[in-house]
Write a protein that binds this ligand. Structure first.
Ligand code: AMP
Ligand code: DBH
Length: 556
C-alpha cells in the first residue's frame, strides 16, 4: 500500500484564465487591471455608501450596507454547510433580489457562481454542473410558473456529487436560503485579482454551451470602462429588464457596473413594457439594456403609455443586430439617447458613444471599449481584409478570454495560436474602428438575443425514433430577428410537427430552443459531390426555403 487516500484528493480541474506575462504587465501598466476584486469593491461601497439604496426588487430594497450584510450571511452560511472556497455553485434565479444577494454572497465566500438562465432545464443544468464540477445548486422554489425544486430533485438523482441545494422560498427537503446562517469568521480574506471569479455561459455555436472563466481584474475593467462610456455614476438608476444572469445586463455596464458606481439597480421581473414601464416611472430609471425586438416593443408602447418615462437617458440595444430602420424607430419612440452594444460573454464589447453622430449610432454596432482591444478582420485564410470589407472578427485584449473551461476541442477551434478569440461573427470595420455586424460564420440561431446551437437541437431531433435526419437553420423573422426552422426527413410515416416540438421540450431543454418551425422534406438535396458538410447543407436548405418563400410571395 502506498498510503494514498484517493477519496480525499481533490481531482477537480482548476479554474484558470491566463494571459501571457507580457500582456499581464501591459494591462497592469495601462491601468486596466488594478488589482481590485468583486468582493473587495462591494465591501468598499458598503462602507462608503452604507445607507444608499443599492438594489430594488418589487417592494424589497437593500442598501449597500444591507447588501454586504446579506452577502456575508449567505457566504458564511454556505461555508458552514461544508462548501469550500473555490467550489463551483450553479445559480439559477430570475430577476429577484436574491439573485444579487446570492451572487454577492458567493463572491464573498470565494465560491464560484456558474450562471444559468431561468429558462434552462434539466439537460442544460446537468451539463453545467458536470462541466463545472459544481458542488451546489441555488435556485428559487418557483419562478414564472416553474417549480425548480422538481428540477433540483432530478439533478440530485442524476448527479449525486451535488452536495447542497439551496432554495429561495419554500425549500421543502432542501436548505432554505433565508435560513442560511454561519460563522462569518470562516469567510476567507480577499481573493487573488487574477483568479477566476465566476463562470459565464456562452450561447454556444456548436453543441452544448461552453463555460467562460472570467477573472476579477478583467471583468471589473470591462464594467468600470463601460460606466465611463455609458455615463453611469452615483446618480444613475439602472434597470435590469433582461435576465440578470446574462452578460449584457450584468456587465455592459449592467448591474455590476451600477453597483461599482454606487448607483441604484432596479430588477424588473419581466422585460415587457407592461411590467417595466411602471417600475421605470416609479424608480426614475436612467439606463436600460434591451434586445432589438424588445426595444421595438418599448418604442411602440411608449407612444401610448400613461407612465412618465422622462427619466430615461440611455437605451442600450444589443445581443442581436439592430437594423438601421429599427434603430431609427427606437431612437424616435423612446425619445432618449440610443446606444448600440455588440458584445459577447467571452469578452469584447463595442458601444456607439453617447456623443457619436446619429449616422454612426443608427448604422454601426459601435467600437471596442479599450484602446488595447486588438481587433482583426480576416478572410477565410486568415489574411486581413481591407478596411470596409467584410471578414471574420478575431479579437484579443484585456477582458477577452484566452480559453474556455475544460473544453479542449472548443479551445482548439475558437482560439488562434497567438491568443485571438474567433468570435464567429462576420463584420465590416469602418474608419475609427466602428464595426458593422454582417452576420455569422457559425451556425447558431440568434433568436432575439438568445443563441441556439443548430447542432445541439439536431442531436435531440435525431434521438426521436421517427426522425431519419434533421438540419436546423435560422430563418429571418420580422419580430425575433431570426427564428429556428428544423428541416426533417422522417423515418417512415411523418410525425406531427407539434409532437416533434414537444419531444425537444421533453428532452429537458430551455423553451427558446424548441424549433419555431418544422419543415418535412423527402431528402436533403445533396447535389453534385454527394457528401457535403453540415454547414453547407444548412446553408442550402435555408436558401431553398427562402427562394421558395419569395416565389410564393411574388405569386400572391
Ligand atoms: P455569446 O457569445 O453567447 O455571449 O453571444 C455573443 C454573440 O451575440 C456575438 O458574438 C454576436 O454574434 C451576437 N451579438 C451580440 N450583440 C450583437 C449586436 N449588437 N449585433 C449583432 N450581433 C450581436
Ligand atoms: O449578446 C451578448 O452576449 C452581449 C451583448 C451585448 C453581451 O455579452 C454583452 C453586451 O456584454
Amino acid at each position: 500500500m502506498t498510503g494514498t487516500t484517493a477519496t480525499t484528493i481533490n481531482t477537480r480541474l482548476p479554474l484558470r484564465q491566463v494571459w501571457p506575462d507580457a500582456f499581464v504587465e501591459r494591462y497592469r501598466a495601462a491601468g486596466y487591471w488594478r488589482g481590485e476584486t468583486l468582493p473587495g469593491f462591494l465591501r468598499e461601497r458598503a462602507e462608503r455608501f452604507t445607507h444608499d439604496v443599492a438594489v430594488v426588487a418589487g417592494e424589497t430594497r437593500y442598501t449597500y450596507g444591507q447588501l454586504w450584510q446579506e452577502a456575508e450571511r449567505i457566504g458564511g452560511g454556505l461555508l458552514t454547510l461544508g462548501l469550500r472556497p473555490g467550489d463551483r455553485v450553479v445559480v439559477q434565479l430570475g430577476n429577484v433580489a436574491e439573485f444579487v444577494t446570492v451572487v454577492c454572497g458567493l463572491f464573498r465566500a470565494g465560491l464560484i457562481p456558474v450562471y444559468a438562465l431561468p429558462a434552462h432545464r434539466i439537460t442544460e443544468i446537468v451539463h453545467f454542473v458536470r462541466r463545472a464540477e459544481a458542488s451546489a445548486y441555488v435556485t428559487a422554489a418557483r419562478y414564472e410558473g416553474f417549480d425548480y425544486r422538481s428540477l433540483a430533485r432530478e439533478l440530485r438523482a442524476e448527479v449525486p456529487t451535488v452536495q447542497q441545494v439551496v432554495i429561495a422560498g419554500e425549500a421543502e427537503e432542501f436548505t432554505a436560503l433565508a435560513e442560511l446562517a454561519g460563522d462569518t469568521s470562516a469567510l476567507p480574506g480577499d481573493s487573488d485579482p487574477q483568479a477566476v471569479a465566476f463562470l459565464q455561459i456562452s450561447g454556444g455555436s456548436t453543441g452544448l454551451s461552453k463555460l467562460i472563466p472570467r477573472t476579477h481584474d478583467d471583468y471589473i475593467y470591462s464594467f468600470r470602462a463601460s460606466n465611463e462610456i455609458c455615463a453611469i455614476d452615483r446618480d444613475s438608476v439602472y434597470l435590469v429588464a433582461l435576465p440578470a444572469a446574462h452578460n449584457f445586463p450584468m456587465s455592459s455596464p449592467g448591474w455590476l457596473g451600477a453597483l461599482y458606481a454606487g448607483a441604484r439597480v432596479v430588477l424588473s421581473p419581466g422585460p415587457g413594457p407592461d411590467i417595466a414601464f411602471p417600475l421605470l416611472a416609479r424608480e426614475k430609471v436612467t439606463c436600460v439594456g434591451l434586445v432589438p425586438p424588445l426595444a421595438l416593443l418599448w418604442a411602440d408602447a411608449a407612444a401610448e403609455s400613461r407612465h412618465d418615462l422622462s427619466s430615461l437617458r440611455v437605451v442600450q440595444v444589443g445581443g442581436a443586430k439592430l437594423v438601421p430602420e429599427a434603430a431609427r424607430r427606437v431612437a424616435k419612440g423612446l425619445d432618449c439617447r440610443l446606444q448600440q452594444v455588440f458584445g459577447m460573454a467571452e469578452g469584447l464589447v463595442n458601444y456607439t458613444r453617447l456623443s457619436d453622430p446619429d449616422d454612426v449610432v443608427l448604422n454601426t454596432q459601435g467600437r471596442p471599449i479599450s484602446p488595447d482591444d486588438e481587433v482583426l478582420v480576416v478572410d477565410d485564410h486568415g489574411e486581413p481584409v481591407p478596411e470596409g470589407a467584410a471578414g471574420h472578427l478575431l479579437v484579443r485584449g484585456p477582458y477577452t478570454i484566452r480559453a474556455y473551461h475544460n473544453d479542449d476541442t472548443a479551445n482548439a477551434r475558437s482560439f488562434t495560436e497567438d491568443g485571438y478569440y474567433r468570435t464567429g461573427d462576420m463584420v465590416q470595420r469602418l474608419p475609427g474602428g466602428y464595426l458593422v455586424v454582417q452576420g455569422r460564420a457559425t451556425d447558431h440561431i440568434n433568436r432575439a438575443g438568445e443563441k441556439i446551437s443548430a447542432e445541439e437541437i439536431e442531436d435531440h431531433l435525431l434521438a426521436h425514433p421517427a426522425v431519419f435526419d434533421a438540419a436546423v437553420v435560422s430563418i429571418p423573422d420580422d419580430y425575433l430577428g431570426e427564428r429556428s426552422c428544423a428541416f426533417v426527413i422522417a423515418r417512415g410515416e411523418r410525425p406531427r410537427a407539434v409532437a416533434l416540438k414537444a419531444w425537444v421540450r421533453e428532452q429537458g431543454l430551455a423553451a427558446f430552443k424548441v424549433p419555431d418551425q418544422i419543415e418535412f422534406v423527402d431528402a436533403f438535396g445533396t447535389t453534385a459531390v454527394g457528401k457535403i458538410s453540415r454547414r453547407e447543407l444548412r446553408a442550402q436548405l435555408r436558401e431553398h426555403f427562402l427562394d421558395r418563400q419569395n416565389q410564393d410571395e411574388e405569386r400572391i
